[in-house]
Design a protein around this ligand. Structure first.
Ligand code: SF4
Length: 330
C-alpha cells in the first residue's frame, strides 16, 4: 500500500460571530469531527454544496487555519509543528479563480519562480531554466515567460497557477474548484493536465468541487460532505454505481440536470440547504431526506465503515433502528 501523505484526524473548526454591545456571540462548527486520509498517487474528491465546510476543511489541510480540535498531518508530521516554509514545500494550493490568484503586476517568470526564490533555490538563470521547464510541463509556451496575467486567457492563467504550485515538487496539492471559473471547453484540458502531471511528478491531490462530473473524471476516491460532516466515502466507481447516502443520490441526480453547475435542485430535496449556524437536530440532512425515519430527527447517525466504504446514515444502522423501536423508560 502506498505511503500516507496527508491525514486529518477528527478535525473540528468552530467560529464565533456576531458579538456586539447588544448581541451575544454565536458559535458554530463549520467542520465537525472530520477524518480523512490521502495516499501517494491518490486523488481524493471532496464534494458538497456551498456552505458545507469544504473550504474551511481545505484551509485546515493547507495549514492556513488551525483546527479547534483534532490535527492535520502531512507526511506523518503534524502540520501545526511544521514551519510555514516546510509546509509550503510539502503542500500547495491551486485556487478556483486564476484571475484573482495571480499578481497582475508580476510576470509569469516572477510568479512561477516565487517559491524557488523564497526557498533560495539556484541562481537567477537556473531559476529561469526551471520555470521554462515547468511551463513545458503545463503546456504553456516559453514565449510567455515575460508576459503578464492580463495578457493570458483564463486557461493559460490556470496553467501558470499550476506551474507555481508544482515548481517545488510538493507531495500534495489541494485543488479548490480548479476549473469552475473556466470556459467549459477549457475545463477538460485543465483536468487532463492535472492527471498527466500527477503521474509524472507522483503528486497526490485533494480535489474540492461541487460538480460530481469533474470529480468523477479524475478522483480515485470521493468523500461527500454535508453541513460540516463527511457523510459518505467510497472509491469513485463504486460511489457512482452504488451511492448509499440519500444526499449522494441527490447529488448524482443533479449531475443529470441541464445545468449541474447550479448545484442541487431544490425540487429533488424538498427543502433548502439549512443554515450552518443553526443545523437541524439528529441527522442534519433529515429535513431534506426522502427516506427520513422518525428517529432521524433526534439521533445523530454514526459513521459505519465496511472495507473501503463509509456511510453515516440510519438506513444502514440496524442497531440504531432497533434502539428507536424499543420503548423509552417513562
Ligand atoms: Fe435520511 Fe435518516 Fe439517513 Fe439522515 S439518517 S440520510 S435522514 S435516512
Amino acid at each position: 500500500m502506498n505511503e500516507m501523505v496527508l491525514e486529518a484526524r477528527d478535525v473540528t473548526r468552530r467560529f464565533t460571530i456576531g458579538a456586539s454591545l447588544f448581541k451575544r456571540a454565536t458559535t458554530f462548527s463549520a467542520v465537525k469531527g472530520v477524518s480523512l486520509s490521502l495516499r501517494q498517487g491518490e486523488v481524493l474528491g471532496l464534494v458538497g454544496e456551498s456552505g458545507c465546510g469544504k473550504s474551511t476543511l481545505a484551509n485546515m489541510l493547507l495549514g492556513l487555519l488551525d483546527p479547534s480540535e483534532g490535527e492535520v498531518l502531512v507526511g506523518g508530521k503534524a502540520i501545526s509543528r511544521s514551519s510555514p516554509l516546510e509546509r509550503a514545500r510539502r503542500i500547495q494550493p491551486i485556487f478556483q479563480n486564476p484571475y484573482s490568484s495571480l499578481n497582475p503586476r508580476k510576470s509569469v517568470e516572477d510568479i512561477v519562480s516565487l517559491p524557488l526564490r523564497i526557498h533560495n533555490v539556484g541562481s537567477a538563470s537556473e531559476r529561469r531554466a526551471k520555470v521554462a521547464e515547468m511551463l513545458d510541463m503545463v503546456g504553456l509556451s516559453r514565449r510567455y515567460l515575460d508576459s503578464y496575467p492580463n495578457q493570458l486567457s483564463g486557461g493559460q492563467r490556470q496553467r501558470v497557477a499550476i506551474a507555481r504550485a508544482l515548481i517545488m515538487r510538493p507531495e500534495v496539492v489541494i485543488c479548490d474548484e480548479p476549473t469552475s471559473a473556466l470556459d467549459v471547453s477549457v475545463q477538460s484540458q485543465i483536468l487532463n493536465l492535472l492527471l498527466d502531471i500527477k503521474d509524472e511528478l507522483n503528486v497526490s491531490y485533494v480535489l474540492i468541487s461541487h460538480n460530481l462530473a469533474v470529480v468523477q473524471h479524475i478522483a480515485t476516491r470521493v468523500a461527500v460532505m454535508y453541513l460540516g460532516r463527511i457523510v459518505e466515502e467510497q472509491p469513485t466507481e463504486q460511489l457512482f454505481a452504488n451511492p448509499r447516502h440519500p444526499y449522494t443520490e441527490a447529488l448524482l441526480s443533479s449531475v443529470l440536470t441541464p445545468e449541474p453547475e447550479l448545484g442541487i435542485p431544490d425540487t429533488h430535496l424538498g427543502a433548502a440547504f439549512p443554515n450552518p449556524m443553526d443545523p437541524p437536530p439528529g441527522c442534519s440532512f433529515h429535513p431534506r431526506c426522502p427516506h427520513a425515519m422518525p428517529h432521524c430527527s433526534t439521533l445523530h447517525p454514526r459513521p459505519l465503515s465496511d472495507g473501503d466504504r463509509m456511510v453515516e446514515c440510519h438506513l444502514y444502522d440496524e442497531a440504531a433502528a432497533q434502539a428507536a423501536r424499543e420503548p423509552q423508560p417513562a
